[in-house]
Design a protein around this ligand. Structure first.
Ligand code: LLP
Length: 429
């Protein structure tokens, strides 16, 4: 599938009129196509466990949707544990029945490099399984949950991401337990009375299958060091998504085959079944999400034309943070045909020069060829369903936008737009 619509015009999202969505809920607005999320969950059906990295898009309605698809969930904070529970996930796995082929899966796994005090309390209170990214977490957990089983998140010494900021492996990354430390960490776990039942590696976000494929071998080497206590291995997330015109979806079947072979070799060695997990965030929700904005000003700065819309980097931060490319389309206000295309820079309302959606890495303003738009037309920023709303902020005292789920032509509000009162809640003079 190609990432963007060729015409640059978009009047519908999943059968719902873009103009009607804007009219009903206001702009800027996040709209998610539920069916796209279901499809992406089903693409990964070969894996024993698909664990959604909810940091990508943690609205309760989205969590509920993926839960109904049989997808489990990752949590990186107390807030994400709370969200998972609120969306109907059980806190811990049911006991294995004698006829079960595979070890039971933990519905929620807390993955982090630290316990802040409230997350340790929440993990203990609900009996949540922990994936430790630092050895110090072992003793901290053992003190509060004696005898618990844990997963180790291992930094294999290499990583890759779409940006250096999303590379989570190698010496340049704070994430995970360094691969050479494993013997020492196993001794610490044993001394603390914790059982290492899982191994996990996540080398980065927005990487590619060539880099991801290297992880299987690295994990297998560490798994052999850990030994027979292992019942789960996780390939982490990082699956790529096509954002730019001409980019296509990666072939995931070969990737699964590679991991399945790794898992089978470990099963043969250990003499028991091993659960194989994958932990995507972006892959499940990116393509489902659209930011609907309204064009509020059109102006020329010398030779360059700017469209200024009512969404800014407070709404979608990926362009200012990473120079990320998002396809854009125009939904004209009326039914009249478009009057051709032109190269424009697209910016938002914030008092900061970096508030530009058409920028490249390093903050250089670029332009995009879009159908000619005027004030009152809608501009849709696409493939915004991962790391979109969740990274939105109240900068410039802008309210967080509303979120809407579109399913088969019908739509419903799944998060109300913040009000001015919300913006000052908890403050006092
Ligand atoms: N597992 C772990 C431990 C992670 O840290 C992450 C992402 C994932 C899974 C999911 O990775 P994904 O499948 O989504 O690539 N804000 C950045 C992405 C940061 C990713 C953080 N960790 C962006 O907008 O590109």
């Amino acid at each position: 599938m190609i990432a963007s619509s060729a015409s640059g015009l978009r009047r519908e999202i999943a059968g719902a009129s873009v103009a009607e969505l804007a009219e009903t809920y206001g702009t800027p607005l996040y709209a998610y196509d539920a069916e796209v999320i279901r499809h992406r969950c089903r693409d990964l059906a070969a894996w024993d466990t698909v664990r959604f990295a909810q940091k990508a898009c943690s609205n309760l309605a989205v969590l509920d949707l993926v839960r109904r698809e049989g997808v489990l969930v990752d949590a990186v904070s107390t807030g994400e544990i709370h969200r998972a529970l609120a969306a109907g996930y059980a806190p811990h796995a049911a006991k294995a029945a004698s006829g079960d082929a595979l070890p039971p899966a933990d519905p929620i796994v807390y993955t982090a490099d630290i316990f802040d005090r409230d997350s340790l309390d929440a993990v203990v209170k609900h009996g949540i399984h922990v994936n430790c990214g630092s050895a110090d977490m072992i003793e901290q957990l053992a003190e509060r949950m004696p005898g618990a089983s844990i997963t180790l998140r291992v930094n294999p010494g290499f990583g890759h991401g779409h940006s250096q900021k999303t590379n989570t492996g190698g010496e340049g990354s704070k994430h995970g337990i360094w691969h050479e430390e494993i013997p020492d960490v196993l001794r610490r776990a044993e001394w603390a009375g914790l059982q290492v039942s899982g191994l996990h590696m996540h080398i980065g976000s927005g990487t590619d299958l060539a880099h991801l494929a290297e992880v299987a071998g690295a994990l297998e080497r560490v798994a052999i060091e850990v030994g027979r206590s292992l019942t789960t291995v996780s390939a982490g997330g990082g699956l790529p998504v096509p954002y730019k015109p001409g980019e296509v979806h990666a072939d995931l079947s070969g990737y699964f085959t590679l991991w399945d072979a790794t898992r089978k070799r470990l099963e043969d060695r250990f003499g028991h079944r091993i659960r194989l997990e994958i932990e995507p965030g972006r892959y499940l929700t990116a393509e489902s999400g659209f930011v609907i904005t309204e064009v509020r000003a059109v102006k020329k700065q010398g030779g360059r034309k700017y469209l200024l819309v009512d969404a800014g980097f407070n709404t979608l931060a990926r362009p200012v943070l990473y120079g990320s490319y998002h396809p854009m389309s125009v939904c004209p206000r009326g039914e009249e045909p478009s009057h051709g295309a032109e190269d424009v820079a697209v910016g938002g309302p914030l008092c900061e020069s970096g508030d530009i959606f058409t920028q490249t890495d390093g903050g250089f303003v670029a332009t995009r060829s879009l159908p000619t738009a005027s004030v009152g037309d809608l501009l849709v920023i696409e493939i915004a369903g991962a790391y979109g709303f969740v990274m939105a902020s109240n900068y410039n005292s802008k309210p967080l936008p509303a979120e809407v789920l579109v399913d088969g032509g019908t739509h419903r509000l799944v998060r109300a737009r913040q009000t001015p009162e919300d913006l000052v809640r908890g403050e006092c003079v």
